[in-house]
Every structure is written in structure tokens, then in C-alpha cells.
Design a protein around this ligand. Structure first.
Ligand SMILES: C[S@@+](CC[C@H](N)C(=O)[O-])C[C@H]1O[C@@H](n2cnc3c(N)ncnc32)[C@H](O)[C@@H]1O
Length: 239
């Protein structure tokens, strides 16, 4: 049995507050995004519709609404509705007119040569991903790796303003991208640091890359990364 109490940050303060909060943070990150940059936002039905509305108000262009289907969801103990077994993830680009990057070929390759669909069958988080402590809503590296690989190139800067245990950052660094994370809870930032320090070990770095779900076999990701075309970015922090 898992507690559904995720903390004070997850308690709703009403529609107007939620809409205003979403508008403000999306406006801030939009200012920091490159003109050809994209944003991924996951959320539950409690706030994802507000997010979609605010994205439209801020002139983002929604590219996809991805459904992550958990292949091993926890059971619904109350038995009063369907088992919650999916999460919605919106992908949007900053500018309606400026093209974005999409690694079409890689997505096809990891989907047995067929176009990758907007329904992703990936397992929920595995015990090895919690080696540095527990975050109540920690995402699996399999989901974040697909997001990072499909929409960024090596050396890109990735920002997660609600970083939690920094799964985005761990995926980014395992995949040769740079990362900046923000969270209001010091406890989660400490956990993020522990996770980052853990992959300073080359053995663990390589082991984790092989364990990430969503690839044909253990070698596919490592082999792909060896030859992934790189892009020159400045050394300075873009944020
Ligand atoms: C859904 S969790 C992120 C989980 C993360 N993807 C992971 O895999 O660990 C959202 C995080 O946002 C943080 N948060 C909520 N409100 C915030 C705010 N106003 N400013 C900064 N962080 C905030 C929470 O502390 C929480 O860790």
C-alpha cells in the first residue's frame, strides 16, 4: 500500500490559484527557452487541463499529448473506479513558426522500425532507481530518457523547474546532456545530489545506461550514444 499524500506542494488551492500559478511559471520558462526549444509537462487530471489552457494562452504550440501506459500499475485498493495506470505528458514548442528538433529515426528504431506512437508502454519505477532515497512521485528513467533523446541533442541544456529527485537530470547526464534543476524542498535537492554523485562512478554510469527501459536490448542505447551527432553549444549557463 502506498500513501497518496505527496506533500504540501500537491494540495490544491482552487482553480484560479492553479491557473495563475501555471501561467506564471510557464511564462518564466518560456522566456528562458531557446526559440526552437520545446517543453514537456507531465501531470494528473487535477492540473494537466489547466496546463494545456495556459500553454495556449502563452502561444506555445502543442505537438503531442503522450499517454504513458504503466505496464505494471499498482492495484486500485478502493475498487470504486478503474485502476490508475496511465499518465499524460504534453509536448509543446515555444514558437509556432520556428521548427523544433525531433529524433524521428531513433524513435522509429527503438519501436521495431515502426513510427513511434504517442502511447508509450513503459514500466513504473523499478527498485534500483530508488537507491538514493524515495521521492513520492519519482519518474522512471525509461520515460525521461525517451523524452530527452527524442527532443534534444548532445550537450543541450535541459531545465526542470520542479526537479524532485532529478530523474530528468540523471537521464540528461547519462545521455550526455547538461542539466539544471530547481525544487523548493531541500530534502529533494539533497537526494538529487546523491543521485548525481552516484553516477560519478563509471561502473554505475554504464550499468544504469544498460538498465534503462524502452530499448530493444541492453546494448542498443550505449551503441546509439557512441555515434549520436553532437551540436556545439556555448559553455555558459543559458538560464
Ligand atoms: C512531481 S514532483 C517531480 C518529480 C521528479 N520528476 C522526479 O522524478 O523525482 C514535483 C516537485 O516539484 C516541487 N515543487 C512544487 N512546487 C514548487 C515550487 N513552487 N517551486 C519549486 N519546486 C516546487 C516539489 O517539491 C516536488 O519535488
Amino acid at each position: 500500500m502506498v500513501s497518496v499524500n505527496k506533500g504540501e506542494w500537491d494540495r490544491s488551492k482552487g482553480y484560479d490559484f492553479v491557473n495563475d500559478f501555471n501561467y506564471q511559471w510557464l511564462k518564466e520558462v518560456r522566456n528562458k527557452l531557446k526559440e526552437n526549444g520545446t517543453i514537456w509537462i507531465s501531470g494528473t487530471f487535477h492540473n494537466i487541463f489547466s496546463i494545456a489552457q495556459m500553454l495556449n494562452e502563452l502561444e506555445f504550440k502543442i505537438l503531442n499529448v503522450v499517454t504513458w501506459v504503466k505496464t505494471n500499475p499498482p492495484p486500485n485498493l478502493a475498487c470504486r473506479c478503474f485502476t490508475h495506470s496511465s499518465e499524460i505528458i504534453i509536448w509543446a514548442r515555444k514558437n509556432k513558426k520556428v521548427p523544433h528538433y525531433y529524433n524521428y529515426e531513433l524513435m522509429k528504431e527503438i519501436n521495431d522500425g515502426k513510427q513511434m506512437k504517442d502511447v508509450w508502454n513503459l514500466p513504473a519505477i523499478a527498485p534500483w532507481e530508488k537507491s538514493c532515497g524515495k521521492h513520492p512521485t519519482q519518474k522512471p528513467l525509461g520515460v525521461l530518457s525517451r523524452i530527452v533523446l527524442s527532443s534534444t541533442q548532445p550537450n543541450a541544456w535541459i531545465l526542470d523547474p520542479f526537479t524532485g529527485s532529478s530523474t530528468t537530470g540523471i537521464a540528461a547526464n547519462l545521455l550526455n546532456r547538461r542539466f539544471l534543476g530547481i525544487d523548493q524542498e531541500i530534502e529533494f535537492l539533497e537526494m538529487s545530489k546523491r543521485r548525481r554523485e552516484e553516477i560519478n562512478s563509471l561502473a554505475i554510469f554504464e550499468e544504469y545506461k544498460q538498465k534503462i527501459q524502452g530499448f530493444k536490448d541492453k546494448k542498443q542505447l550505449t551503441e546509439y550514444l557512441l555515434f549520436e551527432p553532437s551540436v556545439e553549444y556555448g559553455q555558459e549557463l543559458p538560464f
